[in-house]
Design a protein around this ligand. Structure first.
Ligand SMILES: Cc1cc2nc3c(=O)[nH]c(=O)nc-3n(C[C@H](O)[C@H](O)[C@H](O)COP(=O)(O)OP(=O)(O)OC[C@H]3O[C@@H](n4cnc5c(N)ncnc54)[C@H](O)[C@@H]3O)c2cc1C
Length: 249
């Protein structure tokens, strides 16, 4: 079985987010990039299937050379090799078209993604890939078992779980829970050394990264106002402030 895992390189969740002077672009300066957390669950599931079922795991990122360290980390976790489509990823349909092309031409049985990237949060790429390829698509998976030509996937639904069966090839978008959080692999020294020699094929993009959407501007949330700390025994002062200053009671 051939598994393709789509990896989005995203800012570390603790990174300070800034935008360029005109407010139209994210400022990457000084920002540490990591594997998109949802993709990390999918990658770990793929590596589990590699060990249990002899699958091969190829990672795929659409991005420029700056994504290489994140791809190497994914290889250190256990993927066999990687493919980088050498282009800016400014549009989700464009990204989906690149993934669809690689998935089809490479004859992958299973395409694993995350349910969304935690930077732009579009949540559109996996569904678009499925539409382009006419493959079955299961979103937000918290469980996955593969059996020959089909897979059973578990989804979290309001108040419960749903188990579905999907014919392969298929697109599965994973999230937290796809593997136990405690079982997420951290690259060890051996993995990091091996990752250095694993192949990342760099391929040209199919078509220009034109986008039908352009950013008008980004805004950060308003910074929090000053905080007044009141002694836990001074309820009268709390009531006075809520009444006279905050005017909420
Ligand atoms: C208006 C606008 C402007 C943007 N400008 C820029 C920009 O200037 N520079 C820039 O880098 N990005 C930019 N983006 C973000 C870019 O469009 C997205 O990163 C890309 O289209 C993927 O969409 P998403 O992040 O919403 O992915 P989602 O659909 O949320 O991602 C779901 C899953 O798809 C897979 N996936 C997503 N992206 C990739 C990828 N690149 N390679 C492999 N797998 C992937 C991952 O498995 C991910 O978990 C912009 C987005 C918008 C909406």
């Amino acid at each position: 079985m051939k598994i393709l895992v789509c990896i989005s390189s995203v800012p570390d969740t603790t990174a300070k987010i800034n935008f360029t002077g005109d407010g139209k672009e994210f400022d990457k300066n000084g920002v540490q990039f990591v594997i998109n957390p949802h993709d990390e669950f999918s990658l770990n599931k793929a590596v589990e299937l590699q060990e249990k079922a002899g699958a091969t795991v190829t990672i795929l990122t659409v991005g420029d050379a700056s994504v290489d360290p994140v791809m190497r980390k994914a290889l250190a976790i256990g993927a066999n090799d990687g493919i980088r489509v050498d282009s800016d990823a400014k549009d989700d349909l464009f990204v989906a078209k690149q993934i669809a092309k690689v998935a089809k031409e490479g004859g992958f049985d299973l395409v694993l993604t995350g349910k969304e990237s935690i930077d732009y949060n579009g949540g559109a790429v996996p569904g678009l890939v499925a539409g382009l390829l006419d493959y079955g698509f299961v979103n937000g998976c918290i469980g996955l078992e593969v059996d020959g030509s089909s897979a059973k996937a578990v989804r979290e639904i309001d108040g419960g779980k749903e188990t579905v069966e999907v014919t392969l090839p298929a697109i599965i978008a994973g999230q937290k829970g796809l593997v136990e959080e405690a079982a997420l692999r951290i690259p060890n020294m051996r993995g990091i050394m091996q990752a250095r020699t694993k192949q990342i094929a760099v391929v040209a993009a199919d078509g220009a990264a034109d986008s039908k959407i352009s950013v008008v501007g980004y805004e950060k949330p308003a910074s929090r106002g000053n905080v007044t700390l009141i002694d836990k025994d001074n309820v009268a002062e709390l009531v006075r402030l809520l009444h006279e200053e905050a005017k909420v009671i």
